[in-house]
Design a protein around this ligand. Structure first.
Ligand SMILES: Cc1cc2nc3c(=O)[nH]c(=O)nc-3n(C[C@H](O)[C@H](O)[C@H](O)COP(=O)(O)OP(=O)(O)OC[C@H]3O[C@@H](n4cnc5c(N)ncnc54)[C@H](O)[C@@H]3O)c2cc1C
Length: 308
């Protein structure tokens, strides 16, 4: 144990409770099939509760992302066909990023597989600028190559098309490529026969220009006929939980009667009041959680320095 005697106040800034199964069951049960990407156990929140603090009401919000880079190929955020391990289509792949992971939770494993064919270059431009939150915008192939340069010592300056970049991800193993759909299904561990039926149906919907099954816009549809075929496994993770101890505008922690608990402050993901409700909320604007951690912590420290 490290004991710190704080002379003026304590600021709880121990992050959220993403790795604490019991707390997730209680406050974030809708997302409890997604694994945590941090070790935070919510001990700061628990200590707050022990001294009478109030905590935001459930359901809590969280920061949910698909597998984090470098495992997640750029371009995988596009609305390609998504199926589960049983080979079934999951829904309209073009819905907002914050909602997409929730299509996966009803499958045997909370993961999905995106599938597209050799004509991806033809469909890629039609998916540009379809908005709906971060990671849904489609960067240019050169932008992607520049981003990959942060992860590799290879010279990416000549990677002006997607082929080169995706070759890199194929070598890394985060994408797979096969000459037949059967081989692709086997590499991804997907049941082949239902997958084949799903793809036949998807091609039929593409040809008809109307996705009567799930209502995806025609321009986001694509055929899957031309070898080689590509597949990407995607698994959503909880990066952080976003609700915590109830605070006032000075970052002072409050009890259930909204009275200040003297000497106790909270900041960042240990603090509450900024997000509400269950869906992943920090997805529409970048840095909404990092900025909170920085600014709330700074404001709490300023307040502590003020002689009241
Ligand atoms: C891979 C990844 C990518 C992310 N990308 C973004 C992004 O692009 N934009 C964005 O806004 N947010 C992003 N986030 C979320 C963002 O990192 C967090 O919301 C932010 O770090 C929260 O800050 P915090 O200080 O509240 O908590 P944390 O950064 O989690 O810090 C809490 C600290 O407290 C320590 N701690 C916990 N319990 C105890 C204890 N009992 N005693 C002592 N120490 C303890 C922990 O070890 C940790 O160091 C990302 C998160 C991850 C995991």
């Amino acid at each position: 144990y490290l004991r710190v005697n704080a002379s003026k106040a304590v600021i709880v800034c121990t992050g959220g409770y993403e790795a604490n199964e019991q707390m997730r069951d209680k406050y974030l049960s809708h997302a409890n099939r997604f694994r945590a990407l941090s070790d935070n156990q919510g001990e700061g929140l628990q200590m707050g509760l022990w001294v009478g603090a109030d905590i935001d009401p459930a359901p809590h919000a969280s920061n949910i992302h698909y597998n984090y880079l470098p495992s997640d190929p750029f371009g995988s955020g596009l609305p390609w066909l998504r199926v589960n391990k049983e080979g079934q289509r999951l829904g309209n792949e073009d819905i907002a990023y914050s909602f997409l992971p929730f299509l996966d939770i009803y499958s045997e494993e909370a993961a999905c597989y995106q599938i597209f064919d050799a004509d991806y270059d033809k469909y890629y431009p039609k998916m540009v600028d379809h908005g709906a939150g971060i990671f849904r915008s489609v960067p240019s192939p050169q932008f992607i190559a520049d981003a990959v340069s942060l992860q590799t010592t290879e010279d990416t300056s000549t990677w002006s098309d997607l082929d080169k970049t995706w070759q890199y991800y194929l070598e890394m193993g985060s994408m797979v490529k096969a000459n037949t759909l059967e081989e692709l299904a086997s590499q991804l561990g997907i049941a082949y026969e239902p997958l084949q039926k799903t793809i036949e149906r998807y091609n039929e919907l593409y040809d008809s220009g109307c996705d009567v099954d799930f209502g995806k816009k025609p321009e986001r549809m694509h055929a899957i006929r031309k070898a080689p075929f590509f597949g990407i496994r995607r698994e959503a993770c909880v990066l952080g939980t976003l609700n915590g101890l109830v605070i006032n505008t000075h970052m002072q922690v409050l009890d259930r009667d909204r009275k200040v608990i003297p000497g106790l402050y909270a900041a960042g993901n240990a603090s509450g009041g900024r997000f509400f409700g269950g869906i992943a909320q920090a997805m529409v604007a970048p840095a909404t959680t990092i900025s909170r951690a920085l600014v709330w912590g700074y404001l709490a420290a300023l307040d502590i320095c003020v002689d009241r």
